[in-house]
Write a protein that binds this ligand. Structure first.
Ligand code: BMP
Length: 264
């Protein structure tokens, strides 16, 4: 199937090349799954990717929670991601002013050199997106920013008004790939999709086949319901890496996500 057929309006209206790249990979792999690869060592990370790589479309990292991170190990990680045709999404949740966010894309981890996607809060204003895009530009790369419009965690402070402002500013910005929406509440997601329209993506953490409360305030909703409500990518962590058989779990999340896209 061609991505334009699978994604319909979302494909036609997408403005950022990274959006089309994601939709292409997701169509090739028949999976709208981004693995939240929250592993503490490089060896565990490699094992996990080798196991589930064929069933996912993107890899979400928290580069600063890895105990034995090194530039050379990370180069191998990037090569492995490329081998499996995966987008790399560093969930750094940048929040500073534009010029500092640009500088934070460099530093020890040098995120600008290997990330395709990063997350940012818009609390400091829209120049943060320019800062992040300038950093990718410094590295001669293209990338897309996902803005946190909602969160999955209990008691978060992202009010409806705040969400609306993030969407208004983000929808008008070329550097924005889309928004993080709350996967644990399909009705909130449907509202978000209404505000966002067709041009930008919505990616959703807080999804798990076991719906309910997770660890430390995390909340989980149903992956199929999230996509029907307008999500374009389910971000799954524990549901895959915490499963007894991660490969089997990844395959079932992939199947559910692909079916949901056909059904919506
Ligand atoms: P898990 O499925 O294991 O709960 O992992 C969820 C992942 O998504 C984590 O890596 C977390 O940082 C991220 N996340 C989230 O859970 N809720 C949000 O609102 C935003 C996130 O980035």
């Amino acid at each position: 199937m061609e991505p334009s057929e699978a994604w319909g309006e979302r494909w036609l209206n997408a403005t950022l090349p990274m959006a089309k790249r994601f939709m292409t990979v997701a169509t090739e792999k028949r999976s709208l799954v981004c693995l939240a690869a929250d592993r503490r060592t490089m060896a565990e990370l490699f094992d996990l990717i080798d196991e589930v790589g064929p069933f996912i479309a993107a890899l979400k990292t928290h580069v600063d929670l890895i105990d034995d991170w090194s530039p050379s190990a990370w180069a191998n990680f990037c090569a492995l991601a490329e081998k499996h045709n995966l987008l790399i999404f560093e969930d750094r949740k940048f929040a500073d002013i534009g010029k500092i966010s640009r500088a934070q894309m460099a530093g020890v981890y040098n995120i600008k050199a290997w990330s395709d996607i990063v997350t940012a809060h818009l609390i400091s204003g829209p120049d943060i997106v320019d800062g992040l895009q300038a950093a990718w530009n410094d590295a001669n790369r293209e990338g897309g920013v996902l803005l946190l419009a909602q969160m999955s965690s209990r008691g978060n402070l992202l009010s409806d008004d705040y969400t609306r402002s993030v969407v208004e500013l983000g929808a008008a910005h070329d550097g924005v790939l889309g928004f993080i929406g709350n996967g644990s509440r399909p009705n909130e997601l449907a509202n978000l999709r209404q505000k966002v329209g067709q041009q930008k993506m919505i990616w959703t953490p807080g999804v798990n086949l076991e719906v309910g409360d997770g660890e430390m305030g995390q909340r989980y909703g149903d992956p199929y319901a999230a996509i029907l409500a307008g999500s374009d990518c389910i971000i799954v962590g524990s549901g895959i890496h915490g499963a007894k058989y991660p490969k089997v779990a990844a395959e079932s999340y992939a199947q559910i996500s692909w079916k949901a896209l056909q059904d919506r």
